[in-house]
Design a protein around this ligand. Structure first.
Ligand SMILES: Cc1cc2nc3c(=O)[nH]c(=O)nc-3n(C[C@H](O)[C@H](O)[C@H](O)COP(=O)(O)O)c2cc1C
Length: 272
């Protein structure tokens, strides 16, 4: 191991590892048929499977063990206060010993949050009407964590509802620029920042071929102007930096590339 690491990092013992993930509201079915709704952030999704980390002793985990259906509702950053309204309540009655004092029983979670239940299409648990992304899911397996503190709920997403304004009309794509998940990091809520890049699989942005070729051959470039319908890029020689060529971009994916370079301050770029 490099000695330098000792100077740049230190060993800490944080009480939680909430590194910054989208918060969601999980709706489940209570024994009396009413819906429960709880804020959470622990999850990952791969393919059509979503895995939620739900604590033992919570009403939500009890509910999915009994009735294996749920909805996962992702609010936008601007809706954080609705999430926070549920932070001190549980659907569990009586309140479990470890939560006494810090939580109170609330049987009407939707009302408490100021949110509206809307019937799902394939599962018997409502969605949150105001949430831009609503997933209907069937629970396939609940695995107890080795620590016994939470359950890993593996659920198959059977229907995805997306607000029109965060989708690309005429496609099944989300518009990543329009979607603002509510990021939960170390007990604070954040909106996401500006776009800084993308993977090569994106259908929305691409580095123009001549720029990529120029960069690969060792040249540099800079975006000198960009607008909605037109951007200008200068290709610069690596020896001295004089302009070798001026490109005008008009293709939407190339315009998106140019706009992002300018926004992240990479208007002048060197491959070195
Ligand atoms: C922003 C936020 C994120 C949370 N993340 C989780 C989580 O990932 N898993 C979990 O079980 N509880 C999480 N909680 C705590 C639960 O919401 C809380 O324990 C609640 O009482 C559960 O409600 P229930 O007992 O009705 O299921 C989170 C709470 C907030 C406010």
């Amino acid at each position: 191991m490099s000695e330098d690491l000792a100077d740049t990092h230190r060993v800490i013992e944080p009480s939680v590892l909430y590194l910054g993930t989208p918060a969601y509201l999980v709706a489940t079915r209570n024994p009396d048929g009413t819906p429960n709704l709880a804020p959470a952030s622990s999850h990952f999704a791969l393919g059509r499977t979503i895995v939620l980390g739900l604590e033992e002793g919570g009403q939500s985990l009890d509910n999915v063990r009994r009735h294996p259906e749920l909805t996962v509702n992702f609010p936008s950053a601007s809706q954080w206060q609705h999430v926070e309204r549920l932070a001190g309540v549980t659907g569990r009655d009586p309140v479990p010993a470890e939560k006494v004092g810090a939580y109170e029983f609330e049987p009407h979670k939707f009302e408490r949050a100021g949110l509206t239940p809307v019937a799902s299409q394939l599962v018997d648990v409502p969605r949150v009407a105001e949430a831009p992304i609503q997933l209907e899911a069937r629970v396939r397996r609940v695995t107890e964590a080795v620590t016994g503190e939470f359950g890993m709920v593996e659920a198959e997403v059977v229907r995805v509802h997306a607000a029109r304004e965060i989708t690309v009309e005429g496609t099944d794509h989300f518009d990543p620029e329009a979607w603002h998940p509510l990021i939960y990091a170390y007990r604070h809520f954040y909106d996401r920042g500006v776009e800084v890049g993308w993977t090569r699989k994106t259908p929305f942005a691409v580095m123009p071929d001549p720029v990529e070729r120029w960069e690969l051959s060792g040249g540099t470039w800079r975006v000198v102007s960009f607008a909605e319908d037109r951007a200008t890029v200068e290709l610069l020689r690596c020896d001295g930096g004089e302009i070798a060529e001026v490109l005008t971009l008009r293709e939407p994916r190339e315009l998106r590339w140019a706009a992002v370079q300018a926004i992240v301050g990479r208007g002048a770029h060197s491959s070195g």
